[in-house]
Design a protein. Structure first.
Length: 170
């Protein structure tokens, strides 16, 4: 029987040398993809107002905290919009122009610190911007007060409706 130890040792050295050579010529590439994404704490606000005959029992405003988190691509504008759903009361359907909002910042981080919460009314149809000047990724939380624009012009009774919220980077 022949001594095979030198042959095995030679093969092991050859394999080790081949492995070391392969490691010297290998390259590694790391690819990181950051996809835009966003989160909104609520997508719909339910509104409930009460107009009393004498004005003493009116409930004509309510506050909703709207918190948004966005990771956007560079150069994108971040939009937080509101669209009124149906508003109805004793007279039936009430136009969306009967509702207004007033926003104030509650907290912000990153690019949300450069944004502002807006105020306005639903005079025009379509989405209304609840935030202005948001152009970089971050978080923003607004305390938004929804109210009846002119409650004394409405007949007494309960009024209910909805406001749909949307968040996107464009």
């Amino acid at each position: 029987m022949r001594n095979t130890r030198p042959i095995i040792a030679g093969l092991a050295t050859l394999c080790l040398a081949a492995t070391v050579a392969a490691q010297r010529t290998a390259t590694t590439t790391l690819v990181v993809r950051v996809a835009p994404e966003q989160r909104l704490n609520v997508s719909r606000v339910s509104l409930q107002f009460r107009v009393s005959a004498d004005g003493a029992g009116d409930v004509t405003s309510q506050t909703a905290t709207v918190a948004a988190w966005v990771r956007a691509l560079p150069g994108q504008r971040i939009r937080l919009t509101a669209t009124t759903g149906s508003l109805s009361g004793p007279p039936g359907a009430v136009p969306s122009s009967a509702i207004r909002w007033s926003g104030s910042p509650a907290s912000a981080t990153g690019g949300g610190q450069g944004a502002s919460c807006t105020s306005g009314s639903f005079e025009s149809h379509g989405p209304q911007d609840l935030v202005a000047g948001w152009t970089r990724s971050g978080t923003l939380s607004c305390a938004v007060v929804f109210s009846l624009a002119d409650p004394r012009s409405l007949p007494p009774g309960q009024y209910t409706g909805t406001v749909d919220l949307a968040l996107r980077a464009e």
